[in-house]
Design a protein. Structure first.
Length: 526
């Protein structure tokens, strides 16, 4: 059944009341005024460079401990990865923007929603878990495949008896230390381990321990029964003399750090009970999260929302994937948008905004840092990486219509601009949406490609520029601009430039063609 849209409630004005960042070269928002990419060499002597976020959990430990105690801080350190820790830090920064903000969010309780997404999730924990499991599985199969514990293998090696399914290639026939031999060894050991009579007996005993449930129906017996099973498991492994079972080799931190982990942790940190989940829209995730918050407030379901993004410190695997996608250069140097078009650098960190119904929050004495005039989303439906010109225009037109603005109203537009040939397409597609006086910025030469975070970082810099009525510098030297850049005089370079007007537009283009267009207005705008 289709639910009719309410039209009797005027759309509330949405204010931004707090923001915080963890970014390369910027430990907090104040440091974004003079950005410089904090590079970390990757793959040897700087073949690649990545944006390393400025972050220390110790900066926030006193704040956290004052509310939840030292044990809470210790759990954050031990169990939570980059994504959660970065978001906690950025949120504490955001709360510090206004003294009354934290108690108000607690008071709002269910009417404070939390939408914090990620581009790649906690990739560090995911890769660590995969590596731990692979190592454990290799040792496990090698142990049980040994002829002393595998009767079929003993028969095969003594009299040539072959099981019903022939074994894979003997690794001993391949060159020593070759990749082919290593792969063949894994396949060989897996084959015989699956036929190990000793392993079958071990698994039967293990399963019998798992089925122990004599005490489960007794009050408060659950934890005691789990401990009893763990002790029995350990005794079984010790008696068998086998390596750690693969199912015991992976840290549960993999589960604690899934996509919704940062959002969930914020509800616990602040003791609020509104909906909390992780929107994901690749490089447009910050815009997607912002729309979730804005729409919840507009529908009357929320009064305020904590929105944001987080991605971990870049791993070599991610850097390699970006390079193979031809969006990360292997020069070891910082590359900037609109110049050589070689690509830019992968970065990690977080960005958090606290937004709310302006009338309600300003009644409580809170003053906005900026206003969100519109957020619109669209999809290309064309290509996994290269954005079309027509797809993003759908989001831009809808955002302009919702905000009630025209191209001549736009003082500054910040582009996604990844330092690839797509920069030129992006300049072309926005040309009909900006005025002669509009300034154009792009900041991935300062911040790197923050996966889900770039949009939030760049939007924050845009809002700061509007508040100052001066565009923050981008570090782009006009003498290095690509010859095909249209209107080079509009590009903001190494110096601040004045702005005409109080409207800013931010374009985010995500992998898969997910576009977000955000229109913001300076806090003093009408």
């Amino acid at each position: 059944m289709q639910v009719p849209r309410r039209t009797d409630r005027p759309r509330p004005k949405i204010g931004v009341y707090g923001w915080g960042v963890v970014a390369p070269g910027a430990r907090n928002v104040d440091e974004m005024s003079a950005l410089a990419l904090d590079m970390r060499p990757e793959f040897g002597a700087g073949l690649f460079a990545v944006g390393d976020p400025e972050f220390e959990l110790s900066d926030y430990e006193a704040w956290i401990a004052a509310r939840h105690g030292d044990a809470y801080v210790a759990r954050l350190r031990a169990k939570m990865g980059d994504n959660v820790q970065f978001v906690v830090g950025a949120t504490i920064q955001a709360l510090a923007c206004a003294p009354g903000l934290e108690p108000l969010l607690r008071e709002l309780d269910e009417r404070c929603h939390v939408y914090v997404g990620s581009g790649v999730g906690d990739l560090t924990e995911t890769l660590r878990a995969g590596e731990s499991h692979a190592r454990a599985m290799r040792a496990w199969n090698r142990y049980w495949a040994d002829g002393a514990r595998c009767a079929p293998r003993r028969r095969f090696e003594t009299d040539g008896t072959v099981p019903s399914e022939s074994p894979p290639r003997d690794p001993g026939t391949l060159p020593v230390d070759s990749e082919a031999r290593l792969d063949a060894s894994d396949a060989w050991n897996e084959y015989w381990a699956q036929r190990s009579d000793a392993l079958a007996m071990f698994l039967e005993r293990f399963a019998a321990i798992e089925r122990m449930d004599d005490d489960l129906m007794k009050p408060d017996a659950h934890v005691g029964t789990i401990r009893k099973r763990i002790r029995a498991h350990r005794a079984l492994v010790e008696a068998a003399g086998c390596p750690t079972p693969p199912w015991d080799a992976v840290s549960p931190n993999l589960v604690w750090n899934i996509q919704n982990g940062p959002s969930a942790q914020l509800t616990m940190l602040l003791d609020i009970h509104g909906p909390a989940w992780a929107p994901v829209g690749a490089c447009s995730t910050f815009g997607v999260a912002l729309k979730c918050g804005v729409d919840a407030i507009a529908r009357g379901e929320a009064t305020a929302a904590i929105i944001g993004t987080s991605d971990p410190r870049p791993t070599p695997a991610l850097v390699a994937a970006f390079h193979q996608a031809r969006v990360t250069p292997a020069t070891g140097d910082v590359t900037v948008p609109f110049t050589t078009l070689r690509g830019t650098h992968v970065s990690g960190g977080a960005c958090v905004w606290i937004v709310g119904d302006a009338d309600r929050l300003e009644e409580r004495g809170l003053r906005p840092l900026a206003y969100v005039a519109a957020v619109a989303l669209s999809s290309d439906a064309e290509h996994i990486i290269t954005p079309s010109k027509t797809g993003p225009k759908r989001a831009i037109r809808r955002a302009y219509q919702e905000a009630g603005i025209r191209p001549d109203d736009v003082a500054i537009v910040d582009l996604h601009a990844t330092g690839t040939p797509g920069d030129l397409n992006e300049l072309s597609l926005v040309s009909e949406f900006i005025g002669d006086h509009t300034r154009v910025t792009a900041r991935k030469g300062q911040l790197g490609h923050g996966m889900s975070n770039s949009g939030g970082w760049e939007l924050t810099a845009l809002a700061m520029s509007l508040a100052r009525r001066r565009a923050l510098p981008t570090g782009i030297a006009r003498t290095r601009l690509h010859p095909r850049v249209a209107r080079p005089s509009a590009i903001v370079g190494p110096d601040e430039v004045p702005l005409e007007g109080d409207v800013g537009v931010k374009l985010m283009l995500g992998i898969g063609g997910i576009t977000s267009c955000v229109v913001i207005k300076a806090a003093g705008a009408r």
